[in-house]
Design a protein around this ligand. Structure first.
Ligand code: ZN
Length: 242
């Protein structure tokens, strides 16, 4: 019997403690709230900075979606694996942000399998994610897909960065050999040592090979790298407003 009462005591002190805890967190929240309002006040009284300008021009969801869908750099990278149907799906997904695959299929008038195959393409690239729950009545799983538009931009930036890596490799390869030869007929390129082996004739079609201006090629590669870097910068700016 004594144990029962002690248990009761323990539970009552526990409840007191939790009540106390609750009070602490509430007061903490209040302090955090105050601190927040202070900082916002500071910003509004100061001279208009870039960030406040951007805040006042906050874009609507539809405007953000347009910025993504109409962006040439994004379009180019996505069209490597999305066809017209894929872009339609992406557009709907951006409008809804979260949607079940059955709803998506009926909106697009497509079979669920087709919709799913497009979604998987987006998922493997980190653009969409899914959650599933069991339909208690029917017993099957319902997959709900979610898109974070920032992840589209992140994916494209990653792709551009790997393009830069490929170009850098190309650049360093050109650095190693001083003279290069190429066949104007089939576009084959090789070092002077290799070209000497075939008497400067193309090993594929026998056409005499031409000397390539390596310095010019290297300059072209650097220009290409810089152009991609500019693209990345513009996407990073876009990411801030999305
Ligand atoms: Zn050739």
């Amino acid at each position: 019997m004594a144990t029962k009462s002690s248990r009761k005591k323990a539970s009552s002190t526990r409840s007191k403690r939790t009540k106390h805890k609750g009070r602490i967190t509430r007061s903490k929240k209040r302090v955090a709230g105050k601190a927040k309002s202070k900082t916002t006040k500071k910003k509004s009284t100061g001279k208009p900075t870039k960030t406040t300008k951007r805040k006042s021009k906050r874009l609507t969801k539809a405007q953000k979606n347009q910025l993504i869908l109409r962006n040439k750099i994004i379009n180019e990278k996505l069209s490597a694996f999305l066809d017209e149907t894929g872009f339609t799906l992406l557009k709907i997904l951006l409008e809804k942000r979260k949607i079940s695959e059955f709803k998506l299929a009926s909106l697009m008038n497509l079979k669920v399998n087709k919709v799913r195959s497009i979604l998987y393409k987006l998922q493997t690239r980190g653009i969409v994610s899914f959650s599933r729950r069991r339909d208690k009545r029917k017993g099957w799983y319902i997959f709900t897909w979610e898109i974070n538009p920032k992840n589209i931009i992140k994916y494209v930036i990653n792709e551009l960065n790997s393009d830069i890596k490929v170009l850098e490799k190309k650049y360093h390869l050109k650095q190693e050999g001083k003279e290069f030869f190429s066949c104007n007929e089939c576009g084959v390129q090789m070092s002077m040592l290799k070209a000497m082996e075939t008497n400067y004739l193309c090993p594929y079609c026998g056409t005499p090979m031409q000397v390539i201006d390596v310095e010019r090629i290297k300059r072209d590669i650097l220009n290409e790298i810089n152009a991609i870097k500019k693209k990345i910068e513009s996407l990073k700016e876009l990411e801030k407003v999305i």
